[in-house]
Design a protein around this ligand. Structure first.
Ligand SMILES: [Zn+2]
Length: 408
């Protein structure tokens, strides 16, 4: 497999391209951010946006909030520097870890803000996870779409036009670069949030076994409704230089935010993706599909920032990647699959040139593992039905494309 000569990311990374020196597009974006972005000018733009919206609505803005380092920083920054009155919206994907809840409490007591937490129907979430795994080899459709859509729906309902997200995607991928301000709108939603499946598609894929209204929290508001409220939805990181390690230090010191271990990730990365107890499964799937996972990703960020040596990065990768997470069994119960069925599904989503390989060895078990809620398993009969319908649909589609081919 080809890897970036600077940051070691492999060619199976989403959106990656390489220049003639085998330097990747994400590294090129990064250099642009370091050298050419006029952050002073961007900050003035931010001042203007805020003065345009502040004090004119029920709330000054909406801050979608996961409790992770980025949304925590966003909230902290906006309240401390601009004294904004935000409405904080948290979408409960179902897998919040105990430490996350503690962090949220500390933050809200320290800063003071109103917050809405929305928890979608678990029975629907389970079906969405299985269907999304079958379709894309990624079970997080409900989370990707819910986190983005639900706060936007609230902004429309409550007529609060300004929405502040955290980091821009240029930090990790090259869907956008730092030259343009990344508007968090439907284009962005369809480009890389919803895996190419919208709610109506999902409704049909689930053979209409859920109520169409159950999918509303996952549907982006209509363009018309957003224009009507004068929606302005942007990432704070498009206006101020995003420096995760520095930001984490500040929120740790000022509000007592605390990091956590993540399954199969080196112990010094205790600030990333600590909000979800299914993260280990998510990273595991990435490894099975693309031949790399979070240790490579985190090391690539540190390499770009010149914080570690290549030798250290390679050691991280060797010691922590390619291990089975203890959360896997919990996940399999939630979606009614055996491990063999799971492996078979994943093997259909391999990103070339990586090849599927079964993994037996387990990684580290986290200290809060026993506190993760395991209620709400999916009945095997139910998952069998979903898989059967998916297979039939696929056969039908394949036949259709074959017959079209013959006709041509
Ligand atoms: Zn690179």
């Amino acid at each position: 497999m080809k890897h970036c000569t600077s940051c070691l990311l492999p060619e199976t990374h989403e959106t990656i391209t390489f220049d003639s020196n085998s330097k990747c597009s994400i590294c090129q974006n990064f250099n642009f951010k370091q050298e050419k972005v006029n952050w002073k000018r961007k900050k003035t733009q931010l001042d203007k946006i805020i003065s345009k919206f502040k004090g004119k609505y029920e709330y000054d803005c909406i801050v979608p909030f996961s409790g992770g380092k980025d949304s925590t920083w966003t909230l902290y920054y906006l309240i401390k520097n601009y004294n904004l009155k935000p409405l904080v919206i948290s979408f409960d994907h179902g897998f919040f870890r105990p430490n996350l809840k503690e962090n949220v409490k500390k933050l809200s007591r320290n800063l003071g803000f109103d917050m809405i937490t929305f928890t979608p129907n678990w029975k629907v979430v389970q079906k969405l996870m299985l269907q999304s795994l079958l379709e894309k080899g990624d079970f997080c459709w409900h989370c990707h779409t819910g986190i983005f859509s639900y706060p936007m729906r609230v902004s429309v309902e409550k007529k609060i036009p300004l929405v502040f997200w955290g980091e821009p995607s240029a930090e990790y991928t090259s869907y956008y670069d730092y030259e343009d301000i990344e508007h968090v709108d439907e284009t962005r939603f369809n480009r890389f949030v919803n895996l190419g499946i919208n709610s109506e598609d999902m409704y049909e894929k689930l053979n209409r076994t859920v109520d169409i209204r159950d999918l509303l929290p996952y549907s982006f508001p209509t363009k018309k409704s957003l224009i009507e409220i004068g929606s302005h939805s942007v990432c704070l990181g498009s206006y101020i230089k995003w420096d995760v390690k520095k930001q984490v230090k500040i929120i740790e010191k000022e509000i007592g935010w605390s990091g956590d271990e993540v399954e199969n990730v080196p112990k010094n990365y205790t600030y990333e993706k600590i909000e979800c107890y299914m993260q280990g499964v998510r990273d595991y799937i990435k490894y099975l599909k693309r031949g790399y996972s979070r240790p490579t990703h985190l090391s690539s960020l540190d390499l770009r920032n010149k914080r570690i040596s290549k030798k250290k990065a390679l050691k991280n990768i060797k010691n922590f990647e390619g291990k089975k997470p203890h959360s896997l069994q919990i996940f399999l119960d939630f979606v009614g699959l055996s491990e063999n069925e799971f492996n078979k599904i994943i093997s259909e989503h391999i990103v070339s040139p990586h090849k599927f390989k079964k993994i037996k060895k387990y990684g580290n078990k986290l200290k809060d593992h026993n506190f993760w809620n395991k209620d709400g398993k999916m009945d095997k009969k139910e998952s069998k039905k979903i898989i059967k319908f998916w297979k039939n649909q696929n056969e039908y589609r394949n036949q259709k494309s074959k017959s079209r081919y013959i006709k041509l």
